[in-house]
Structure formats: structure tokens, C-alpha cells
Design a protein around this ligand. Sequence first.
Ligand SMILES: *[C@@H]1O[C@H](CO)[C@@H](O)[C@H](O)[C@H]1NC(C)=O
Ligand SMILES: *[C@@H]1O[C@H](CO)[C@@H](O)[C@H](O)[C@H]1NC(C)=O
Ligand SMILES: *[C@@H]1O[C@H](CO)[C@@H](O)[C@H](O)[C@H]1NC(C)=O
Length: 361
Amino acid sequence: MLRSVALLLVLGSASAFLPTLIEKLWTEDSAEGFSGVARIPFKDLLSGNVYVDPFILQSMKKFGFFYVVDVPEYNATVELDYLKRFFELPEEQKDDLAIKKHNAANPNAYRGFCPGVDDVDSTLQFKDVFNIGPHETRGQRGDASKKSPLENMRYEVQEPNVWPETGNFTFDAGFKTTFQAGFEIRRNIGRAFVKSVARALNMPKLPELFVDDEFSAMGLRRYLQRNEINSNMYSDYDNVLLRELEHVDSTVTVLSTFNNGGLQMLHNNKYQEAPVTGDNAFIVNIGKLVDDIIDNHLTNVRHRVAEVNFTRYSITYFLGPQFDAPIDKSMTGEPTEAGRKYSIFGEWVRDYLGAIELFYY
Ligand SMILES: *[C@@H]1O[C@H](CO)[C@@H](O)[C@H](O)[C@H]1NC(C)=O
Ligand SMILES: *[C@@H]1O[C@H](CO)[C@@H](O)[C@H](O)[C@H]1NC(C)=O
Ligand SMILES: *[C@@H]1O[C@H](CO)[C@@H](O)[C@H](O)[C@H]1NC(C)=O
């Protein structure tokens, strides 16, 4: 309560409709649960309305995530239908889109289908992924042998998307336009979040690191139930059986969980279930690499997915800094952890690229 009053004073005469929004966005604080996590209307975030900044800041400091709600012309159920239909396509059709590690006949290394392998001995992660990036075409490379490894890398990361060609034009066209639009919505949310943080923390140079997004990636994910329980999938923290191991992300994440429960965030030393994103919302959280760049003012929340007794679907979207963004120093010039090995984001990505279909970054 005190905090809300203080906030009103800080915001002063920001807007007449503020009091109602405060009630909506900032419910009672409690040690348990996530009722206090901010729910920010999409339009206000995207238009750069500064009233959202302290809510986002507070939620990101305290919980490490917030929700973007009321997204116009967006229906998660439509995405979920296409996502399910895609994974239910005949294996040959998915194989045509598989990354070359899984189908040597294909040129695509990162974008496309990456089937999960249910091998309890070697794979803790068991998920099917369809990976979509920002590029539909490539620029010119010129003579690769005359380019530095990093310049070649810059070319490589522009790998164009692959899209299903099933012979059902309604499906093929619908799938592509739905996820191209979905990509754009998430990218806009990611960038608007970065701008809000830049305003709130008075770090005006931060958005310059996110102007290009060569390496942003959206993953359609299907977690099937495993045939056998993997004994390594029990949490070291509290012994709960997990479907996705405990981790923190690296960059900026925009997540859809649809109506699938299971996502748990660490808060007050306890993993607690995060409300689902449902039909018309997204969860936004920040990863360690980007939090380091902003001098760790936010919480890079540790999270996991508990084992559930159904096939679970989700869509992740990661917005990283642009290829040549310096990541070795924070906004105030402090050395970052990534800076021990890398000076720009492109170098960091190079080390993670081979693993992208399996790991979060
Ligand atoms: C979302 O799409 C689903 C499936 O097409 C449809 O049944 C539902 O009515 C839509 N919801 C809204 C709010 O438009
Ligand atoms: C083609 O795809 C559409 C949209 O996904 C679907 O509704 C329809 O049933 C499909 N047609 C056939 C013949 O599979
Ligand atoms: C799945 O688990 C929930 C709660 O844990 C339970 O209510 C439900 O009956 C289970 N469903 C199946 C198909 O086992």
C-alpha cells in the first residue's frame, strides 16, 4: 500500500486513469504466489507510454517476469492449432524441414524442424522444436575464404526460414502467415520491453544494442510424455520430477504457455506455479547475459517445467542483442561475465549456435 502511494507521487499527474490501472496492475503483495506480477496492456507497452515503466521495473525486480495482456488481433488458440497440426504431420513431411544434423540432404542448419530423441541415458531434454528466425532470404556473402570467421558467421546466422509444403495450401499459407505475424508481435514486445527498461533505469544507450535482431529465434515446442522416467530429471533443489530442467535464460524471453500448466518460477526460495498465458497474453523475462549488461538491476528468474501428464506445448521467443553489440561491459562500464570470453554478441552466439535447437539462450 505504501509503495502504491509513493508511486503515485512519483508519477504525479501522469494520467487521469492511473488509479484504476494501479488496481489492475498492482494487486496485493503476498509471499505466496504471483498475484503481484504486473499485467501490462500490449498497446501501452508498444506505444512507449511511460506509465508502464515503474510497473515493469518493480515486477522485474521482485519476480523476474511480467505479463503482456490484451494483444489486439492475436489469438493464441490459432497458433496452438497450427503448432499441433505441424507436429502431427507425417514424418516424411517434417523430415523435409529437418535441420541437416537430422537430415543430411537439407541445407538448413538452425531454422526448421529438430526432432527430440527420447533417450533416457543421454538426453535430459526431450522435445520437438520448430525454429523460426527473422530472415526469409539471405544477403550476398561474396568470397567466404576472404572473410574473417566472424564475417562468415554473420552471414551464417541469416539463415532463411523453411516452411511446410504439405500440398494443403490452406494449411501451408495459414501456418506461415500466422507464425510470421506471431514472430513480429513477440519481437515488438521484446524491443518495447528493452525501451521501457532503458527509460526506467536511465540507460538511453541500451536500445541501440537491439536495433538489429539477426539472431532472434522463435521455437514452437512439443514436449511428449517420456516412455521412461529419467532419474536425472528430479530436481536437486526439491526433488520434484521435471520436464524441463531448472535454468535461467540468457537474453530476453517472450513466452507462450497457452493453457498448459507446469511452468514454475523461483520466488522466495520456492518454485511456484506461474499463471498460464492463455489465449491472449505473453510472459516476459530477462536472461543473465542481458541482466549483466544492465548492471543486474532486474532478476533473471530461475525457472523450470514440472512433469505433467499431458503433451505440453509452448512457444519461446528470444531477443538477443544485435550481432556486433558489445557485451563485455555493462551500461555503466563494469566488466560482465560474458566479457571474460567475448567482446560482441556474435562471438557468444557462435559458441551456442550448434546447440540452439536444444538449449535456451
Ligand atoms: C480464437 O480462435 C479460435 C480457433 O479458431 C476460436 O474458436 C476462438 O473463438 C477465437 N477467439 C477469439 C477471442 O477470437
Ligand atoms: C487443410 O488445412 C486446413 C487448415 O489447417 C484444414 O482445416 C483442412 O482440414 C486441411 N485439409 C485436408 C484435406 O487435410
Ligand atoms: C493428470 O493429473 C491431474 C492432476 O495431477 C489429474 O487430475 C488427472 O486425472 C490426470 N490425468 C490423467 C489422464 O492421468
